[in-house]
Design a protein around this ligand. Sequence first.
Ligand SMILES: [Zn+2]
Length: 411
Amino acid sequence: MRIDCQPERAIADLRALADLTGGPDGARRLCWSEEWVKARGLVRERLAELPVEVDVDEAGNVWARLAGARPETVVIGSHVDSVPNGGWLDGALGVMGALETLRTIAAAGTPPCTVTLVDWADEEGARFGRSLFGSSAVCGTLDPAAVRDLRDAGGERLADVLARHGVDVETASAAGSRLADVRAYLELHIEQGPVLEAMGLPVGTVLGTFGVERHRVIFRGQAAHAGSTPMAQRRDSFLAAARFALAVRDLALPSGGVCTVGKADCEPGVVTAIPGVTTLLLDQRHLDADALAGLLASARALAEEAAAAEGCTVVFERIWQIEPIAFDPALIATARAACAEITGSDHALPSGPLHDAAEMARRVPTVMVFSSSTNGISHAREEDTPVEHLELAIRVYARTVGEAIARVADG
Ligand SMILES: [Zn+2]
């Protein structure tokens, strides 16, 4: 099924959303807030113009179903929630691109299979620290016990805030019934990184999302007086940590993955004392599970070396991990072909950030399409993409959705 949409209508919808819920300080569609409800209201107004059934599931996700000749379903969408002072495109591009795609399909009559738009609830996790809330509930990876007592900056419990929006955390996973007839999921998003822009490309196909290993790395030496301890007789935990940080950078450079030391804390943390304990936060990501395990094993060895060189010891404590999630090879090939046809390039790249698509990929064939991001900036009000790139990305996405519909309809 060939879908030739009018991307300028999606751009107009994006601008309307930015006018309603953005401004000089950026987007303010923090999930479970009035502004977020307002943003969803705008999407609902647009959906009301289409022959779709709209409802909200047990986890707060909005679904808009365009019934097709067959019940088998292709799901398209993203999220309208944003981080505080966020950009106008993160999530919103995917929802408005899906809306334009749905609009185009509906205008052509009954599609050969059912097509459903989803607006996921709380992708960002910006308020309670738990990302991918709605999609994880649908995909069966949400543990109510792990989230119900999370508190926001104002001290409010997640369970209480969600209850005000009609969501019972204990039964949110009942939303999983929505997957019954789903055969594919496609999401359009901005890259949120500098790779496509650096290559001079407007659009790329996404291979999957990086796995993540997150650790606390604790170097222990000996705190001592900064004045009385000769340089040769020190066990400086910060120097061990510093050696390690540089070694980890060199480890990551040729790996195809990324490693980041995001925080360093010295104790006692005063200018007159050699740091006895230095704690680093280390984040490592790779698309390949074995490569990620290799990065972690190498980091452990490098930490031992760095510690030994400074007369210190080191331990790793795991904070969090998620495995790499690969998208569907057939859908990747379809998206690359559409991209080549429309933009002249079939470049594919991994995603460093997580997305709702990573949850959906556990359950159904999934792919994402990325537009470039200006200067690679996202989660900031400076977030932007040239309009020509947005339009090309929407066209590539709609074309790929059309192919997916045709394949599902053929059984
Ligand atoms: Zn997003």
